[in-house]
Write a protein that binds this ligand. Structure first.
Ligand SMILES: [Zn+2]
Ligand SMILES: [Zn+2]
Length: 223
């Protein structure tokens, strides 16, 4: 009887150990998935984009995310990407057209837009709803989570009251922010200086942000 009890106790002990083992790796697997997302980011210039700007985007992302960054050949700015106003390019359409299993950041020097005041469907930020065409010029847009984002270096929007140096700083923050959405980060409400804080079209907010992710965002990313 005593032996049977001992076997039983050992069995319970073994089972509880196994349970722990099952629980712990699932956390690790999640972390590994986050790390998998650190595969190369492919930069696609959309239309004519200054070489110097592309080079900087590559350096910024490489330094911040410690990922391989690959420059791809430029893609054509085609008419199907025009927003209803025909004066800007539709960021949502750009994301749809370039969606891929690879990580992609599209950069354009044209103005891009999305649609204002609309409840965001799951995966898009500021996504349009059929029939509503109120456009809103934006700095960037990214899928969350997803593999593709777009940033605009359009000088009249990004360069408001800015020196060329400040314009670049702003673009750097926007590139890191949009890639952050791709990695699954939502807008951050823990720290107004965190790069994932919502800019909501405000260049002042972009300028207020610092080049970092707050502890909460880092925790979500597992970095
Ligand atoms: Zn955002
Ligand atoms: Zn944050």
């Amino acid at each position: 009887m005593k032996t049977l009890l001992l076997v039983f106790v050992q069995l319970v002990y073994l089972l509880s150990c196994q349970q722990n083992k099952i629980n712990q790796p699932s956390k690790t697997i999640r972390d590994e998935k986050a790390v998998d997302k650190l595969g190369a980011i492919h930069i696609i210039p959309l239309g004519k984009v200054r070489k110097e700007l592309i080079k900087e985007v590559i350096d910024w992302l490489k330094n911040f995310y410690q990922q391989e960054i690959i420059e791809e050949s430029p893609a054509l700015l085609t008419e199907d990407l025009l927003a209803p106003s025909k004066t800007r390019y539709n960021a949502n359409e750009i994301l749809k057209k370039f969606n891929s299993t690879k990580n992609i950041l599209i950069i354009t020097e044209k103005d891009i837009s999305s649609f204002k005041g609309i409840k965001q469907p799951e995966k898009f930020y500021n996504a349009p709803i059929k029939g509503i065409t109120k456009e809103w010029g934006i700095f960037g847009l990214g899928l969350r989570p997803g593999n593709v984002c777009v940033i605009s270096a359009y000088a009249k929007r990004l360069g408001k009251n800015a020196t060329p140096k400040l314009l670049k700083e702003r673009l750097q923050k926007i590139a890191i922010h949009e890639v952050g959405h791709n990695k699954g980060l939502e807008h951050c409400n823990k720290n107004t200086e965190c790069l994932m804080h919502a800019a909501d079209g405000s260049i002042k907010q972009v300028d207020h942000e610092k080049l970092f992710f707050c502890d909460n965002c880092r925790k979500i990313l597992g970095i």
